[in-house]
Write a protein that binds this ligand. Structure first.
Ligand SMILES: NC(=O)c1ccc[n+]([C@@H]2O[C@H](COP(=O)([O-])OP(=O)(O)OC[C@H]3O[C@@H](n4cnc5c(N)ncnc54)[C@H](OP(=O)(O)O)[C@@H]3O)[C@@H](O)[C@H]2O)c1
Length: 321
């Protein structure tokens, strides 16, 4: 099969389209013919090996040689003990823990797979898993946003921010989206009440406070975030620098406690069961997926460069024949 492979960390030029053996599913897994795979910041981080957490399991060389974790396609074959899905069924999944989606075929454990519902295209299904799960768990499950809450989403013009803005608005929150100047109009179009260009203004120093800060691009000291929370407010770290992550883990549980503030890591729970509410919201027309650009498999380097250089508004999807 054809796949986009890399064997060392670096810029998109280290990626190559190559012929590799088609994988064989192990017990409890199925072989999926990939029809669409969406890009995530986690692909960009794993390509570059930055931040350092992107090198877990592969400190010097990439652990997985094929990136791509949000896949949608058709079941080609099922291995022993894989009984939930039959060849010919349309499925999608987030396979962040082992990746392999930038390829014509990928093996996926059955527990990660969900059926693609009628009226949902492969590209929509591929866009949803990782970004949707971050948004749903960040806004609803862990963020516990309620009507009237003030919510700030840092990095709101990207994939998970796109869903997070819509989910927060659906709950009746007042939403501030932070991203670069190119994405301000996009965030407004999704429903953001206020937008901030992070290249010009620092939301932690403007005197405003929030019930929830959902941070997909965390690079500041935790004390800055603590000062931007209302009493009882929550800060959730999704991605960003390792220095901020360590502070969140080590100091987060202690600072702000007297005022009931919670500063935590959002450890997104993967699995098919977490896709069900997202699918329902999409099917009901309550949240929409915006696909900024579509690329072919041989254009994955260009697609990742577009995402990594900060131009993508919403999702970027690779479409396979
Ligand atoms: N915690 C977990 O369990 C978990 C699970 C999966 C993924 N993740 C993490 O989730 C993170 C990204 O999610 P995503 O796919 O939504 O990313 P994305 O689509 O790339 O969106 C991130 C957005 O943040 C913006 N941004 C960059 N630096 C910023 C700054 N200093 N201030 C404000 N905005 C900034 C980016 O814009 P620019 O174009 O300007 O760069 C981009 O629009 C990744 O770090 C990934 O590792 C976490």
């Amino acid at each position: 099969m054809q796949a986009v492979v890399y064997t060392r960390y670096g810029p998109p030029d280290v990626l190559q389209l190559a012929n590799v053996p088609t994988p064989v599913p192990m017990d409890g897994a199925v072989l999926v013919q990939v029809h669409a795979v969406s890009l995530n910041a986690s692909d960009w981080e794993a390509l570059r090996g930055k931040p350092l957490y992107a090198r877990i399991g592969g400190p010097f060389r990439p652990r997985h040689h094929i990136l791509g974790s949000d896949i949608a396609g058709r079941v080609e074959a099922a291995a022993r003990h894989a009984t939930r899905f039959r060849p010919g069924e349309d499925v999608f999944a987030d396979i962040l823990s082992h990746m392999g989606g930038f390829a014509e075929y990928v093996c996926v454990p059955e527990t990660a797979l969900a059926p693609i519902p009628a009226r949902m295209t492969y590209e929509e299904a591929a866009a949803l898993p990782q970004a949707g799960a971050i948004a749903l768990q960040g806004i609803r499950d862990n963020g516990q946003v309620q009507a009237g809450n003030k919510v700030l989403i840092n990095g709101a013009g990207g994939g998970s921010g796109m869903y997070a803005i819509q989910l927060a608005k659906l709950t009746g929150a007042e939403v501030t989206g932070v991203d670069n100047a190119e994405k301000l109009e996009f965030m407004r179009s999704l429903g953001a009440d206020h937008v901030i260009d992070y290249t010009r203004d620092d939301f932690t120093t403007n005197g405003h406070t929030y019930d929830l800060i959902l941070d997909v691009a965390a690079h500041r000291p935790v004390f800055a975030y603590q000062g931007s929370l209302m009493p009882g407010g929550r800060y959730l770290y999704v991605g960003g620098s390792v220095a901020t992550l360590l502070q969140v883990l080590l100091i987060g549980p202690v600072i702000g406690r007297a005022e009931g503030k919670k500063i935590r890591l959002l450890a997104v729970r993967p699995g098919a069961q977490h896709l069900v509410p997202l699918v329902e919201l999409c099917q009901a027309g309550k949240i929409a997926t915006v696909i900024d650009r579509r690329y072919r498999l041989n254009e994955v380097p260009e697609a990742l460069r577009y995402l990594g250089e900060g131009h993508a508004k919403g999702k970027v999807v690779v479409i396979l024949d």
